[in-house]
Ligand binder design. Structure first.
Ligand SMILES: C[S@@+](CC[C@H](N)C(=O)[O-])C[C@H]1O[C@@H](n2cnc3c(N)ncnc32)[C@H](O)[C@@H]1O
Length: 292
């Protein structure tokens, strides 16, 4: 039996499911599904985990991700750029902006550089509430963070902001009378227009005290609209859709906030540590806004 450690975990080349990983075709052994988790439907959190080289994904997730990769082989690079934006934004918020509490909505499966790790590396007393509506994300988050001080993992839905902020378990960790860093990273495009994402973000903004910040990243059609549409088509049969929004529409999420430099820009252009690669498509926009 040949085993190698690869992006999808332990790989058996003799048996198992053939997949196309970000670096080529491999076969994987399926891990048993966690109790109560439906792994037959492609799941947005697990597809993203696959792009990031994680092992918390299943055949249906990989098959769907494989379809996306055929039209958009840059998906793993974009996922990494998205995480890198998250890292830079949280470092800025915990450092220069002086925030000590974060609410990460649509937190996703734990990966490298989780928000509390980044924030606490800058400010050891930083507190983080991770919120997601996916049971597998919650199970993994709770397992990882059970003994991590200053963090909590909570079930919550971005479409029900009032409930989410009223949760007593959130209030134990987050003081809503003091400035909060709210992270909406790669989650707003999971909501379609009928779910009123702009009203949702406005309600969130209104509920936060002055000095709070919102960091957002969001997919857009960019200059390769047909490719982005093809990728979004795959998500129609996944756990959530993927709504491509224009730069104008993404800009409206920042209404009522002071958008910090350099504005609403492609992921790699937000305060990069090194000059960004020129060849990355601008399929994601991001920014950080401050409430006066
Ligand atoms: C693409 S992942 C992004 C994970 C992480 N924020 C990041 O950017 O690395 C999207 C996450 O949003 C979650 N999500 C989707 N719709 C949601 C909703 N209505 N409320 C809360 N979480 C949601 C999914 O379960 C998934 O974990």
């Amino acid at each position: 039996m040949t085993r190698l450690t690869a992006v999808a975990g332990l790989v058996n080349l003799a048996t198992g499911t053939e997949i196309i990983a970000p670096f080529g075709r491999i076969r994987v052994h399926e891990r048993p599904a966690p109790p109560g988790i439906d792994v037959s439907v492609p799941n947005v959190a697990r597809m993203y985990d696959f792009y990031l080289g994680g092992k918390d994904n299943y055949a249906a997730d990989r098959a769907a991700a494989d379809e996306v990769l055929r039209v958009a082989p840059q998906a793993p690079a974009l996922a990494r750029e998205n995480r890198a934006f998250l890292d830079r934004a949280v470092r800025f918020l915990a450092g220069e902006a002086g925030l000590r509490q974060f609410v990460d909505i649509g937190a996703g499966l734990p990966t490298q550089g989780n928000v509390h790790e980044v924030a606490q590396s800058v400010a050891p007393d930083a507190r983080v509430a991770y919120i997601d509506n996916d049971p597998m994300v919650l199970a993994h988050g709770r397992a990882l963070l059970a003994s991590t001080p200053g963090t909590v993992t909570l079930a919550g839905d971005l479409r029900a902001v009032d409930d989410l902020l009223a949760d007593p378990a959130l209030r134990e960790v987050i003081d809503l009378d003091r400035p909060v860093g709210v992270l909406l990273i790669s989650v707003l495009h999971c909501l379609d227009d009928d779910e009123r994402p702009h009203e949702t973000v406005a309600a969130l903004r209104d509920a936060l005290p002055s000095g709070s910040h919102l960091a957002i990243s969001h997919i857009t059609a960019g200059e390769r609209a047909e490719v982005a549409q093809e990728g979004a088509r795959v998500y129609r049969r996944a756990s959530t859709g993927m709504t491509l929004r224009s730069a104008d529409s993404i800009g409206r999420f920042f209404d009522g906030l002071d958008v910090l430099d350099p504005g609403i820009v492609p992921l790699a252009a937000w305060r990069p540590a090194v000059p960004p690669r020129a060849d990355l498509p601008t399929w994601f926009l991001c920014g950080v806004g401050r409430k006066r």
